[in-house]
Design a protein around this ligand. Structure first.
Ligand code: PHE
Length: 465
């Protein structure tokens, strides 16, 4: 190894700004992790893929795969002190492509994430201006939400607003301010969710049927799609397999325990997702079980009904949607920030130009996603995906497993797990070393490969569940 390479490889934490302490790191990573993935995406997947069995598979994967991948990414970032492309290049030039692939994923997620951010903005505004009951009422066969997204212009407008806010914050570099606010709001969000769960349990008829559906694993509902969906969700929710944790790791000090931090992020992230599911899935079973398999619209179709039945629901609903909006904003900011800094470094552009380019591409792709539910709802990619769902599928079920697979292979056979283990051991004994080594070397690569193949075959319609 040349001296130059050695220097660049061991730069962790030194010449970049670092987080002040453990809590700083955990909170920043959790701010990126907690977002629409937990509150909007997790409940609809749990509802769609069989309730309890999905929950069980998700939790199992989270404490094994999720943990393994997370500590590996953070360790790679901290060891090299660089963001993903630079990190892989510093470790082995031939694997730079993993970093590049990882950099493309947030660019594909950001636009459709912001479309959903736009839905949340619309709902927050609707609740604030006294339209709750209207939003809770079905129109013929369709929910209010179903009608809303079939409009051509309105969803585009709210999307542009959300995207614009994200871009302005990233452009002016004021995300620190937003993050500070969100650190106060996050605990409030948790308390509010617990309150809503308890309230709706006490006041909704038949709610226990849904609680059983959500909590009790029904093994007859298990299919390989349960695993595919849970795995994709895990990457998405914990911001894994797209280089984000590598970037976070590069700012982390050497004396902070990677292992404990990973556990904390995991618990926090999964906890919020679990609560969101508890808030939405049983209510859906009680109010309108036909929505269970509907997908992305679940939260928007069900929650207004819950609030409409609640004393003071207009107020509680408004506060709830505003807080979800904030959680979404901190995540979209971290997505955009990642893309902008990649564009800036790669093409040596100014921050302003990079922001403008990323904003332009996002608007274009986001408008496509909006139209996929309205004017172009007859376009189904591979005969089954609306445009937004297609972006979601390609990133979560195809690209992220590929990146995760390559990362595992890289760590196991090129870098060797001992390098990651040594980095983690810098701050004390790595307790789950044994599990880490076995998963990263054998279990993860095999499972990821199988999952990937199934997901693709299912996606293009060669096999069906
Ligand atoms: N993890 C975020 C969520 O659950 C989404 C996200 C992914 C944010 C990647 C930033 C980076 O909503």
């Amino acid at each position: 190894m040349s001296t130059e390479k050695k220097i660049s490889v061991d730069a962790g934490g030194g010449n970049r700004g670092s987080f002040t302490g453990k809590i700083g790191f955990v909170l920043a990573a959790a701010g990126s992790a907690v977002g629409l993935g937990n509150i909007w995406r997790f409940p609809y997947l749990a509802a769609k893929y069989g309730g309890g069995i999905f929950l069980l598979v998700y939790i199992l994967l989270s404490v094994t795969f999720g943990f393994t991948l997370m500590v590996a990414e953070i360790a790679i970032g901290r060891k090299t002190g660089q963001s993903p492309i630079g990190a892989f290049r510093a470790l082995d030039k031939r694997f730079t492509f993993i970093g590049v692939l990882g950099a493309v994923v947030p660019m594909l997620i950001l636009p459709y994430y912001s479309v959903i951010g736009g839905w949340v903005t619309k709902y927050a505004f609707g609740f604030m201006t006294g339209h709750m009951t209207e939003m809770a009422t079905n129109i013929g066969e369709s929910t209010y939400f179903g009608m809303y997204i079939s409009n051509v212009w309105e969803p585009i407008g709210w999307f542009a607003l959300f995207m614009g806010a994200t871009a302005l914050i990233v452009l002016f570099g004021v995300q620190k301010g937003v993050e500070k606010v969100s650190k106060v709001m996050m605990p409030v969000l948790v308390v509010l969710m617990i309150f809503i769960v308890i309230y709706s349990f006490c006041t909704t008829d038949n709610v226990w049927e849904g609680v059983v559906y959500y909590l009790k694993p029904d093994f007859s509902k298990f299919t390989y799609m349960t695993v595919v969906a849970a795995m994709g969700q895990l990457f998405y929710s914990m911001s894994l397999a797209m280089g984000i944790m590598i970037t976070f790791g590069s700012y982390m000090k050497k004396d902070i325990s990677i292992e404990n931090s990973a556990h904390q992020i995991e618990i926090f992230d999964t906890g919020i997702a679990f609560l969101a599911g508890l808030m939405i899935v049983p209510a859906c079973v009680a109010y309108d079980p036909s929505q269970l398999t509907k997908g992305p619209g679940l939260m928007f179709g069900v929650l207004p009904k819950v609030f409409d039945n609640m004393f003071g629901g207009a107020f509680i609903g408004t506060v709830f949607f505003l807080m979800v909006l904030l959680a979404a904003l901190t995540s979209s900011i971290s997505l955009m920030e990642t893309v902008v800094s990649t564009v800036q470094d790669k093409w040596k552009l100014s921050r302003r130009v990079s922001c403008l380019i990323v904003f332009g591409i996002s608007i274009l792709l986001g408008v496509l996603s909006c139209l996929g539910y309205s004017a172009w709802d007859d376009i189904l990619v591979f005969g089954k995906f609306a445009i937004l769902d297609f972006f979601d599928f390609v990133t979560n079920s195809v690209m992220m497993p590929i990146i995760a697979l390559c990362t595992c292979i890289f760590v196991s056979f090129i870098l060797k797990p001992s390098v990651v283990i040594d980095e983690i051991s810098l701050s004390g004994r790595f307790r789950l070393k044994g599990m880490f080594s076995v998963i990263i070397r054998y279990i993860a690569p095999v499972c990821l490969l199988v999952i990937l193949v199934f997901a693709i075959l299912e996606g293009v319609g060669v096999i069906t569940v």
